[in-house]
Write a protein that binds this ligand. Structure first.
Ligand code: HEM
Length: 430
């Protein structure tokens, strides 16, 4: 724009860059100007329409025909020719999953795959989650210090995800090493050199997912009594191969590990950071664990792990009084919607007693709303229950937190905490 007067958007809006320091250090704060004055704007710097208010984000999520999710997992930083060559050489074939699939195929698949998420099915996983958390706590309880991410929060959701999928134990170790490459690949800004390394990581992840799938499919075909969501998918593939296709199985294998793992790990790390920073709220949940589900919800609102999500307009359509043209790419910043004072009173404050925390947009909304939301919630609640019961005297250590640079997934890479083992309640009352 040479002519500022002709452009409806402010300079700040036009130059909005989600890889800039402001958004990377605090996405909700970086969008305050937008929430207040220009709720839907076009960022020339990124080539996206940015939506920042609660009601507008919900309206976009609600209409998945006008606002298609097809671009949800598109690489935000286009691949370099070298990276493309690596993916081609390795036969990388990631295609649609559920989250970026259009109707009517999406709903048919979603329905075919819902059983594993029924409340009874989920309740069966709770003891496994608790055992895992206890094991992690046993390993550190006498130590007096920990990086909670490394010692617990990274590993528990990954093991839960792989167990939920039914992945054999032997394959879990290898699969552990792959997921970060996928996050950087989708939502990050790798340098040209990193692009090649990321492409290699992603291709390995893809091919290994194919190997695991082949082993799991053989079990199904041999009529073995095997359980897990991936096995459900394989069985549906045998019954309705046009809906649950072969490619879809392999794409889901890879996508779900990311969807279920890093989201929950980072949301848990954010929750500990916030609760320990707001000491009276931490102390309140230590005294009264019945507050934990509400605390989980408020942490997901205040500091969710999915801070932004994408859609693409399939026709000209108005959002918040602005017309987004057909083909317009949209970035909905849920971290901003979750701090919208039009919906949440005193929105910047963490308040576990708030009565509408659960309205947050961190799990998306509408036809594609997160299928795993109750697994994520259950894991976070169990982790917080166990840690607050056994380490109520936990303190955040002095530290500079770091975050993987990307536009969607947010949570500290490490979270160091300390405590005095002599004061562990179980020493007093074993
Ligand atoms: C979709 C966030 C945990 C499985 C989504 C979406 C978001 C999200 C933002 C897109 C929603 C939309 O387009 O409206 C999160 C967060 C989690 C989490 C913040 C943890 C705190 C999980 C877990 C699973 C899971 C544990 C386990 C399997 C899925 C699936 C979809 C999805 C299958 C696609 C649903 C569809 O398109 O129909 N999630 N997720 N997520 N998530 Fe999660």
């Amino acid at each position: 724009h040479d002519n500022d007067a002709a452009c409806p958007f402010s300079r700040q809006a036009r130059s909005f860059d989600p890889f800039g320091v402001a958004y990377q250090s605090d996405p909700a704060e970086a969008l305050r100007f937008s929430r207040e004055d220009e709720p839907v704007f076009y960022s020339e710097a990124m080539g996206y329409w940015v939506v920042s208010r609660y009601d507008d984000i919900k309206a976009v999520f609600r209409d998945n025909i006008t606002f298609s999710p097809a671009n949800a997992l598109e690489k935000i930083t286009p691949a370099t020719p070298e990276a493309v060559a690596v993916l081609k050489r390795e036969g990388y074939g990631m295609d649609r999953t559920l989250v970026n699939e259009d109707e009517p195929v999406h709903m048919a698949r979603r329905r075919a795959l819902l059983d594993a998420f029924a409340p009874d099915a989920l309740a069966e996983h709770a003891p496994m989650v608790r055992d895992l958390v206890r094991e992690k706590l046993d390993a550190i309880i006498e130590r007096g210090h920990s990086d909670l991410v490394e010692d617990m929060l990274w590993d528990v959701p990954l093991t839960v995800a792989l167990t939920f999928l039914g992945v054999p134990d032997d394959d879990m170790t290898t699969l552990r090493s792959f997921s970060v490459a996928h996050t950087v690949n989708t939502w990050g800004k790798p340098t040209p050199d990193q692009q090649v390394a990321v492409a290699e990581g992603v291709a390995k992840f893809w091919n290994y997912s194919g190997d695991v799938l082949a082993r799991m499919s053989a079990q199904v075909d041999a009529g073995k009594d095997v359980h897990g969501w991936m096995y459900d998918m394989i069985r549906q593939n045998r019954v309705m191969p046009d809906i649950v296709t072969d490619n879809y199985l392999q794409s889901m294998m890879m996508a779900i590990i990311v969807a279920a793992h890093e989201t929950t790990a980072l949301a848990s790390a954010n929750a500990f950071r916030e609760l320990l920073t707001h000491r009276h709220q931490w102390d309140a949940i230590c005294r009264d664990p019945a507050l934990i589900p509400a605390a989980v919800e408020e942490c997901l609102r205040h500091s969710g792990s999915m801070v932004a999500w994408r859609r693409i307009a399939t026709r000209d359509a108005a959002v918040g009084g602005v017309t987004i043209p057909e083909g317009g790419r949209i970035l909905m910043v849920m971290a901003s919607g979750n701090r919208d004072p039009r919906h949440f009173e005193n929105p910047d404050a963490l308040d576990i007693w708030r009565d509408n925390s659960a309205d947050h947009l961190t799990f998306g909304y509408g036809a594609h709303q997160c299928m795993g939301k109750n697994i994520g919630r259950m894991e976070m609640a169990i982790i917080i229950e166990e840690v607050s019961r056994r380490l109520p005297h936990l303190q955040l250590a002095e530290q500079e937190l770091t975050y993987l640079p990307n536009i969607s997934l947010r949570g500290p890479e490490a979270l160091r905490v300390t405590w005095d083992p002599a004061k562990n309640p179980e020493r007093q009352d074993p």
